[in-house]
Every structure is written in structure tokens, then in C-alpha cells.
Design a protein around this ligand. Structure first.
Ligand SMILES: Nc1ncnc2c1ncn2[C@@H]1O[C@H](COP(=O)(O)OP(=O)(O)OP(=O)(O)O)[C@@H](O)[C@H]1O
Ligand SMILES: [Mg+2]
Length: 241
């Protein structure tokens, strides 16, 4: 299985060589754990190696995303102008309105993403976030169906994909609805737990099909230049009592 650089050195070390190429990884964590920044490192790494990329956001406008990432030194605006990066989506309320108006199905939406991916021959995709995408559907059955449609469209486009997924604070959940983690090839979990008078950050690879990854929970920091993972440093705090 070919490996690709995730954009975060410590993660590639935990994975003993990097993310599996052309597979889909779920990046789970509660709010503010660094999911979007992690995903941006993944895109930035691809761009720096000349790969075109697609960032699908349901969290915010492309403008806000570019603004936020500018603060950790990533210039996505220039890459977008150069046609190497496409940022699609927008705030979830607008997407829901559009979906209801056009009666778009999960398949239609997945196909729309696929079209953009094929148009620029992208190698990497981020979907930020999967739980917001699934929130567009009303029942659990519809959401499972939407996940299946999304996976089957993505399976045919030969890209490496990161899907971010919010989890409820203070739980060991790996996804919002409880089934997303079973459909994907890998799961990486980001943590933020109280330690003395601060919150401590950590990360662990939960599963990665076909890869003998590290089982450890290790320290992670977010700084002005983004995420740093310390593959040999355990967090001070015992993450799960
Ligand atoms: N320059 C910086 N230095 C240190 N920490 C930062 C910096 N910029 C952002 N952060 C931290 O990163 C967090 C945001 O990370 P990010 O947006 O990737 O999280 P997220 O998991 O995607 O959150 P959400 O659930 O809201 O989508 C901020 O809440 C802040 O704690
Ligand atoms: Mg986010």
C-alpha cells in the first residue's frame, strides 16, 4: 500500500510512513480540537508537492476558511486563484436551503463534488465536516444511505480523503451518529482534556486498515504555525480514566 505524507510529521511517524494513498480517513474530535487545521495541513502538503486539492466545507464560507488558515501561515487564497485548490460548500444553513430548493439527493451532492475533483484532477479531498453533511438528512436511515452514496462516489475517484467528524465533548465516541467510523478505512482521534489549569491536547490513531500503526495516545500542540505532534511524548494527563 502506497503511503503519502499527511502534512504533519508526527502523524506520519505514528502511521509508520504516512496516510494510505487513495483511502478515506475519519478525523474525529470534539469542538476546537484542531480538525480543520489538521485537514488544512493535509491539503497544504498536497499543494506543496504539486497535487491539486479540493476542500469541501460545510462549516463556514470559503472566505472565513481562508482567513482562519491565514493566521497559521497558510495562503489558500493564492492557491485558489492559481486554480490548484477548489474550496466548495459554504455555511450549512445555505446548503440546506439549496438542497431543499433543488431537491438534491446525497448522490447529487456527492456527484457535484466528484465533478470538481475530476475538473482539476485533484489528488486530495477534505470534507469538513461529515456530521454537518449528514445533518442535511432527517432520519438515521437517510443518513446511513447518504453515507453509503458518498462512500461509493468517493471510492471511484481515486483520491486520498480526510473527513472531519465532530464528537460530543467528554465521550469516547468516534463519530456523531455512531456509524461513520465503520465505513472508512481509518480513524484518527483528536483530544482536548482538562489538565490542572489548562486544556491538554493529544492525538491517537484508532484504526488504519492494512497498517501496523502506533497504539499510543501522544501529545499534540497547536501553535502559530499549526499542529505539532510529538510521537514519543505521552500526554501528562491520563486521557481516559
Ligand atoms: N495560532 C494559534 N496558536 C495556538 N492555537 C491556535 C492558533 N490558531 C488556532 N488555535 C487553536 O485551534 C483551535 C481551532 O482549531 P480548528 O478550527 O482546527 O478546530 P476544529 O476541531 O476544526 O473546531 P470545530 O469543531 O469548531 O470545527 C482554536 O480553537 C484554538 O484553540
Ligand atoms: Mg472545524
Amino acid at each position: 500500500m502506497k503511503r503519502i505524507k499527511s502534512g504533519i510529521n508526527g502523524i506520519d511517524i505514528l502511521l509508520q510512513g504516512g496516510l494510505p494513498e487513495k483511502r478515506t480517513v475519519l478525523l474525529s474530535g470534539s469542538c476546537g480540537t484542531g480538525k480543520s487545521i489538521f485537514a488544512a495541513h493535509f491539503i497544504n502538503q498536497g499543494l506543496s508537492m504539486g497535487e491539486n486539492c479540493v476542500y469541501v466545507t460545510f462549516e463556514e464560507s470559503a472566505h472565513n476558511l481562508i482567513d482562519n488558515l491565514g493566521s497559521i501561515g497558510m495562503n489558500f487564497e493564492a492557491m485558489e486563484k492559481a486554480g490548484k485548490l477548489k474550496i466548495i460548500g459554504g455555511a450549512i444553513g445555505n446548503i440546506k436551503f439549496f438542497k431543499e430548493k433543488t431537491k438534491a439527493s446525497a448522490k447529487d451532492m456527492a456527484e457535484e463534488i466528484k465533478e470538481v475533483v475530476l475538473e482539476i484532477k485533484a489528488k486530495r479531498i477534505v470534507l469538513d465536516s461529515l456530521n454537518l453533511f449528514l445533518m442535511l438528512f432527517d432520519t438515521d436511515t437517510e443518513r446511513r444511505h447518504a453515507m453509503a452514496e458518498l462512500s461509493s462516489v468517493f471510492e471511484n475517484i481515486s483520491c486520498t480523503t480526510i473527513m472531519t467528524c465532530e464528537v460530543k465533548e467528554g465521550t469516547r465516541d468516534l463519530s456523531w451518529y455512531g456509524f461513520e467510523e465503520f465505513v472508512v478505512d481509518g480513524v484518527i482521534s483528536l483530544y482536548r482534556v482538562p489538565f490542572e489549569n489548562m486544556f491538554e491536547r493529544a492525538v491517537s490513531v484508532i484504526k488504519m486498515r492494512g497498517i501496523n500503526h502506533s497504539p499510543n495516545i501522544v501529545a499534540l500542540q497547536i501553535r502559530d504555525d499549526g499542529i505539532h505532534v510529538f510521537p514519543t511524548k505521552a500526554p501528562f494527563h491520563k486521557i481516559f480514566g
